[in-house]
Design a protein around this ligand. Structure first.
Ligand code: ZN
Length: 158
C-alpha cells in the first residue's frame, strides 16, 4: 500500500481514536487480588500518578497485570495499552517492549534485540510531536520496569 497523505491522516485519526478510547475506558484498571511486583510512577510535570501491579507466575510469565491512578489522557491510555499488550507475556519480553517503546518515543531507533512489532502501541507515535508529553506516555513503562527490577529473590523451598 502506498502511504498517501490521506491514508496517513486516516491512520492518525485511527490512532487518536484508539488513545481516547483507552483513556476513557482504561483496560485492566484497578488492583489485583494478588501481586508479586508493584511500583508507582509519578510525573510531576503533568500531575500524572499511577501504580502498576503484576502477578508473575511460573515460567516468568505475566499472568495478570493491572494499574490504577489518575492523570492526563495520554498517561492513562499508555498504561492501558501497556497492560493490554503485556498480559500473558514473559517478563523478559515486557522489558523488550519497555526498551522499544521508550526508545521510539525518544525518537531513536530501538536496538536490534528490541526490534519488535509494537502493534497498537504505535498509536503513541503521535506523542513524539509534543516533547513535553513524552513523559506522560513513558510513565507507565518506567513504573513497569521499576516493578520488575525491584523483584525480590524468588521464594524457594530448596
Ligand atoms: Zn500527562
Amino acid at each position: 500500500m502506498i502511504a498517501t497523505a490521506d491514508t496517513r491522516d486516516d491512520l492518525q485519526d485511527l490512532y487518536r481514536e484508539l488513545i481516547l478510547d483507552h483513556a476513557r475506558h482504561p483496560r485492566h484498571f484497578g488492583k489485583l487480588a494478588s501481586t508479586t511486583h508493584t511500583a508507582e510512577g509519578i510525573n510531576p510535570l503533568c500531575g500524572d500518578k499511577l501504580r502498576i501491579y503484576l502477578q508473575v507466575g511460573s515460567g516468568d510469565t505475566i499472568d495478570d497485570i493491572a494499574f490504577e491512578g489518575s492523570g492526563c489522557a495520554i498517561s492513562m491510555a499508555s498504561a492501558s495499552l501497556l497492560t493490554e499488550t503485556l498480559a500473558g507475556r514473559r517478563v523478559a519480553d515486557a522489558l523488550l517492549y519497555f526498551e522499544a517503546v521508550t526508545q521510539r518515543l525518544a525518537g531513536k531507533e530501538a536496538p536490534q534485540r528490541a526490534a519488535i512489532d509494537l502493534g497498537k502501541l504505535g498509536a503513541l507515535d503521535g506523542v513524539r510531536d509534543y516533547p513535553s508529553r513524552v513523559k506522560c506516555a513513558t510513565l507507565a513503562w518506567h513504573a513497569l520496569r521499576s516493578a520488575i527490577e525491584e523483584r525480590p529473590a524468588p521464594a524457594t523451598t530448596e
